[in-house]
Design a protein around this ligand. Sequence first.
Ligand SMILES: [Zn+2]
Length: 406
Amino acid sequence: MTLVERFLKYVSFDTQSSEDTGVTPSTTKQMVFAQYLKSELEAMGLEEISLDENGYLFATLPANTDGTLPAIGFIAHLDTSPDMTGENVMPRIVKNYDGTDIVLCAEENIVLSVHRFPELLDHKGEDLIVTNGKTLLGADDKAGIAEIVSAVAYLQEHPEIKHGKIRIGFNPDEEIGLGAHKFDVEKFGCEWAYTMDGGEVGELEFENFNAASAKITFHGRNVHPGYAKNKMVNSLRVANRFVSLFSDAETPECTQDYEGFFHLIGMSGDVEQTTVSYIIRDHDRACFERRKQLMSQRVDFMNQEYGEGTVTLELNDQYFNMREKIEPVMHIIDLAFQAMKEVGVEPSVKAIRGGTDGAQLSFKGLPCPNIFAGGLNFHGRFEFVPIQSMEKAMKVIVKIAELVAK
Ligand SMILES: [Zn+2]
């Protein structure tokens, strides 16, 4: 099977994850896909193949050279976003893309337009895989899986390329933030690994946000409005006052690059009680800690104003910037850089404005930067992937394997 054939086969599996089930994998259809992949890896003759009850599939391509080389891993996720259906994906290949709008679905007038998605023009002359406008594509992250499996197959067919032990790992539930939770780092047994996930050709990521969530509860006192003078505390109004303490400038819609933010994600309540939810994000650990402090100080301020106990705060760390775990092992970044250059890809280092499985794995002891998988416009009907980008990602994997043995 070729890389493209693999990809087209993989997206025929609906593997949408779900935030609501509370089990791992969050949907059984991910397990169906994992089982299919397992049989494919078996047919390829890989070793140490294991699929655990949580849907984590590991396999080994043994070293083909003597000497002590580190075992390294390549990881991708099985699931697709809960944001958009992944059922009955009907991919289409637009050959030799001419730089004009692509009609995905004529009867519903769904168009992948150059005006809205100017990044299309970077791929003029390439072959794009697009959707029929009714589902997502699933290049996030089945492109990553197809690239890893194809790279391993390539290495099997080219024994003249010497490499150490290569482990591959496919995990469920990345899109609901749980891809790394039950990932058995010890069993995976690698010195370091790369996730192949997301992004434009050349992307190399080893910085992400530090992240916390804050839930603030405002306790009011409801009294008949006709008799409320000096008695009523309207929790809705107290909450509104609290929210107004946060600057417009420090919101996701006003920030980029390395700028952190407070993001108001929910408000609900009535006179008696109101709950407000925020997420707090910052790349810089000290700034991150300061933001959390600020959140507590503002809660204290409100309590001074309205009486102790009016406002309560639940503050929880969610994940941390992997940079601190990567810095001591920067050679794994240098290696990815060199591999990209040697296959003609210009590396572009970007700080992720979010989290990744790799960040959590890095804190579990497996340093794990992220490398592009080539897809674009994730999590929706406008998702597409250039075939040439997938080929480049596959070549990067092969080259990394080769460079580790040099
Ligand atoms: Zn992804």
